[in-house]
Write a protein that binds this ligand. Structure first.
Ligand code: RIB
Length: 313
């Protein structure tokens, strides 16, 4: 295999403004701080896996503007293979984020990400075929995700679909073609139309997807951890307790770390423990990609935070 992990998905420049309050419609307010950073769910997941040492390929569309050029450079500098990254006609995707205390409100402007059409994937069949696992999210069109699932299935390459942001129009038959489906509890509730208030309810909803054909459902349940449900398994992998200061991109770090460890031979349960630990470390640091440590830093930070994964492998 040429690639441990191939991510097909979005890249966005985060335009983050710390605000004291949101302006009313028609009102202008001053804000104390602004910064730009590399983000987008797909790129974040690719970056996390690369930081941990995976050989990662990205299939994505950057914009034809200054932001797109910068993102392409950033991918290369991060050691991510960009043979599947092309330049679109539109400007780069951006994500204006408004940060108030511990809460974020994010607007997504797809930009060139909308040009990552199913047809584009035909150019990159070789990358998909030569990957140990494909990772998808929902910041690109669902049709492109479906095409990626179909191509990967054709080559027997497993797919992990992280259904964020939630999209009620997702086709359950394509979800059922994935080896891993990793919603948070809200996304799970929206797909299954089942209650998801208690752990018992979440487990039942996850089983519904398993019955429909998904091999492994991994539900991220915030500070409670990750619930793994398959035909023969039902495991809650508890999260690690840390002092969180910024949770932006934490879900993406979890996915990127999981596929890194899984593609390196960990069993699912162990890969989830490592992914929980990685996500816990990232919430103690600011930003999304800026909070993702390298493998060495990760080891040091775990020690500092008293995190020890009790893995079998
Ligand atoms: O999951 C976090 C990401 O969502 C941010 O990087 C932002 O770009 C949005 O896409």
């Amino acid at each position: 295999m040429t690639y441990d992990v191939t991510v097909i998905g979005s890249n966005m420049i985060e335009l983050s403004t710390n605000i004291d309050r949101m302006p009313e419609l028609g009102e202008t307010v001053a804000a104390p701080k602004f910064h730009m950073a590399y983000g987008g769910k797909g790129a974040n997941q690719a970056y996390a896996a690369a930081q941990l040492g995976s050989k990662v390929a990205m299939i994505s569309k950057v914009g034809s503007d200054m932001l797109g050029r910068e993102y392409l450079k950033h991918f290369k500098e991060s050691g991510i293979d960009v043979s599947g990254v092309s330049i679109g006609k539109e400007s780069n995707g951006v994500a204006p984020c408004f940060i108030q205390g511990n809460m974020n409100s994010i607007i997504i402007v797809q930009g060139a990400n909308s040009e990552l059409t199913p047809e584009v994937l035909e150019n990159y069949r070789n990358i998909i075929k030569d990957s140990k696992i494909i990772v998808l999210q929902q910041e690109i069109s669902l049709e492109t995700d479906y095409k990626a699932i179909e191509i990967a299935n054709g080559y027997g390459v497993p797919v992990m679909l992280n259904p964020a942001p939630a999209n009620d129009h997702i086709d359950i038959e394509h979800v059922a073609m994935c080896e891993f489906y990793s919603p948070n509890e809200t996304e799970l509730g929206r797909l299954t139309h089942m209650p998801i208030k208690t752990l018992n309810q979440i487990t039942k909803a996850a089983h519904k997807l398993v019955d429909l054909g998904v091999k492994n459902v991994i539900v991220t349940i915030g500070s409670r951890g990750a619930l793994w449900v398959s035909k023969n398994e039902e495991q809650l992998i508890p999260s690690y307790k840390v002092e969180a200061i910024d949770s932006i991109g934490a879900g993406d770090s979890f996915v990127g770390a999981f596929v890194h460890y899984y593609s390196h031979g960990d069993n699912i349960s162990d890969a989830l423990k490592h992914a929980n630990a990685y996500a816990a470390v990232t919430v103690t640091r600011r930003g999304s990609q800026t909070s993702y440590p390298s493998a060495n830093e990760f080891a040091k930070l775990k020690e500092k935070l008293g995190i020890k994964e009790l893995v079998t492998a």
